[in-house]
Write a protein that binds this ligand. Structure first.
Ligand SMILES: [Fe+2]
Ligand SMILES: [Fe+2]
Length: 287
């Protein structure tokens, strides 16, 4: 039977209490595409939203970025970290803010965000190690890859309870359980939210394809990074991925990355180390 996509998509599209993204974030996305935009233009725009600017600076100055000097303005942050990175930090700040204070049911929000931040960190570390052109986008893509789960918990609570029971009773992965109950999984729900929020295409695709990395015809390198980072975090037991099972790492993706076991060990060590420096990110959603 064909799943009733429209019924569920309508719930997401019409949800009134769904977090809204600051209009500044939408303008940032537009400005970044314009080659004439200067660091000062971006700094001025972010500074218009005091809360967003404050959170962005808090993250920029967090141990995660390990800067040797304190950064006091968004323009200064752009000079040091670059346009794309600061834009993505501002986007992360606004999304973490939008999702804070959610305490629906007995869902493990803390574990969810730890898994998301772990995947973000691992995506960035992998991107850097592989000299990927997606180094600046990797963190935000990893951070949001499972955002559909938040919608599932909040807007489809009955289905979510069925999914939980199936995971426990049948010992299957969360995606398999979602497929059985809904006919689709959280990657599609996350895509609806990405489209509603007008995320850039690479980010929308990373959310949509993270469980079927070979099906992407565009931005496949970014999708492969997030797919691999997700599974590495599960293997390292970082946070809670929604079920006790580790999905299979796509062999073709893994072979293409061409990482020796020594190199992999080194990267896993780096991921564990950088997880010690993400408390500012976690604090944002725990407040
Ligand atoms: Fe997922
Ligand atoms: Fe995940």
């Amino acid at each position: 039977m064909e799943p009733d996509y429209q019924k569920y998509r309508d719930i997401v599209d019409k949800a009134k209490d769904l977090p809204t993204l600051s209009s500044i974030v939408h303008r940032l996305n537009e400005m970044i595409r314009n080659p004439n935009t200067s660091a000062a233009d971006i700094g001025l725009l972010i500074a218009q939203d005091v809360a967003l600017a404050g959170t962005t600076l808090k993250l920029v100055n967090s141990a995660f970025y390990g800067l040797s000097q304190k950064v006091n303005s968004v323009t200064h942050a752009i000079v040091i970290l670059g346009f794309k990175k600061v834009k993505n930090i501002a986007l992360a700040a606004s999304i973490l803010n939008a999702f804070k204070n959610q305490n629906q049911t007995d869902f493990d929000y803390s574990g969810f965000w730890e898994h998301s931040i772990g995947t973000a960190t691992a995506s960035e570390i992998l991107a850097t190690a592989l000299k990927s052109p997606y180094t600046d986008e990797a963190f935000i893509s990893g951070l949001l890859h499972d955002q559909g789960k938040l919608i599932l918990v909040q807007y489809f609570p009955d289905e979510f309870q069925k999914i939980r029971h199936l995971i426990a009773d049948e010992r299957i992965t969360m995606q398999e359980a979602e497929q059985r109950v809904l006919g689709f999984d959280h990657s599609l729900i996350g895509t609806w939210l990405a489209e509603k929020w007008k995320f850039p295409e690479h980010l929308t695709l990373a959310i949509r394809m993270h469980h079927k990395p070979l099906m992407a015809s565009q931005h496949s390198e970014l999708i492969h990074l997030v797919h691999t980072a997700d599974i590495l975090c599960r293997a390292l037991d970082i946070g809670n991925g929604g079920d006790p099972y580790i999905c299979e790492l796509n062999q073709q993706v893994w072979t293409q990355m061409n990482l020796s076991s020594e190199r992999l060990d080194e990267l896993l060590g780096k991921i564990m180390d950088s997880m010690k420096n993400v408390s500012e990110f976690l604090d944002l959603v725990r407040q």
